[in-house]
Ligand binder design. Structure first.
Ligand SMILES: O=C(O)[C@H](O)[C@@H](O)[C@H](O)[C@H](O)COP(=O)(O)O
Length: 262
């Protein structure tokens, strides 16, 4: 019987960031030990800022971030130039990559190929090819397994660019999917498919603020909420999932949250 997802609640973002650091470094250390590389997928929204805080400012525990062993991929990306204000890559650059001190090493980063911005299917296919070239040929592995996938949760329960009720949630084969009518702007994006997003060795969600409390109550306490994209990842990945939230985001949630620690 798999154990349920972990829900960790913190008083504020700085406590959350300190525990997120421990979580990421644990994943990093065991991945480097296992295969000498740390393959991480990150999404946009408020996550990159918290991640920057966790990895660049906090000094507590679990040793050093070894960025030279990191491969950073995008769990979802908007079909815009890399310096566009909507680009997740730009956000991750500003909040994290550009601020990494030289002694922590340089990660290898895999942004989308902007040659294909006008053809969203091709953009998705090309990003999938990037994964194929780094993970393994599609006929030899059914699914690429990231060492860590770091996600946000929208107030409607979306994650990556997988939105509630989307037919994309039924896709089983593709690793990367195009979306041309995202309910959250901008409309054109690519995203990890649900099976890939659910197969991370570890999956971390970060959700903060009272604006998330209704959806978190749904996801953790109701049957319908388990059908939302974030709920589906919880269902599929169970104890491989850890949620990092602040108190306002879990106000009224009955599912047990461990407060203030990993
Ligand atoms: O690019 C995107 O749109 C994001 O990847 C998206 O999936 C995000 O993670 C959620 O919308 C939560 O965003 P917040 O953390 O900003 O609420």
């Amino acid at each position: 019987m798999p154990k349920p997802p972990n829900l960790y609640a913190f008083e504020g973002t700085s406590q959350l960031a300190a525990s997120l650091r421990t979580f990421v470094l644990d994943a990093q250390n065991s991945s480097i030990e296992r295969h000498n590389v740390f393959r991480v997928a990150v999404s946009g929204g408020s996550l990159p800022k918290v991640l920057g805080q966790a990895l660049l400012q906090e000094k507590n525990g679990h040793g050093k971030v070894q960025f030279d062993k990191w491969e950073i991929y995008y769990a979802d990306e908007r079909a815009v130039p890399l310096d566009h204000e909507d680009s997740n890559h730009r956000l991750v650059q500003e909040e994290l990559l550009n601020k990494i001190p030289a002694e922590l090493g340089k990660p290898q980063v895999f942004p989308i190929d902007i040659k294909y911005l006008d053809d969203i299917q091709e953009l998705a296919d090309q990003y999938e090819q990037t994964l194929v070239s780094r993970f393994a040929a599609k006929d030899s592995v059914r699914i690429p397994i990231f060492d860590l996938i770091l996600l946000g949760c929208g107030p409607d329960g979306h994650t990556c660019s997988l939105f509630p009720g989307s037919p994309l949630l039924r896709e089983h084969d593709a690793w990367i999917l195009p979306i041309s009518d995202s309910p959250k702007p901008p409309p054109k994006r690519i995203t990890l498919s649900l099976p890939v997003a659910s197969h991370g060795l570890k999956i971390g969600f970060v959700a903060t603020g009272a604006g998330k409390k209704d959806v978190l109550k749904q996801i953790f306490d109701t049957e319908e909420g388990r059908q939302l994209p974030c709920g589906l990842i919880n269902e599929n990945a169970q104890e491989r999932v850890s949620w990092f939230v602040d108190y306002p985001a879990v106000e009224g949630v009955s599912f047990p949250a461990r407060r203030g620690s990993l």
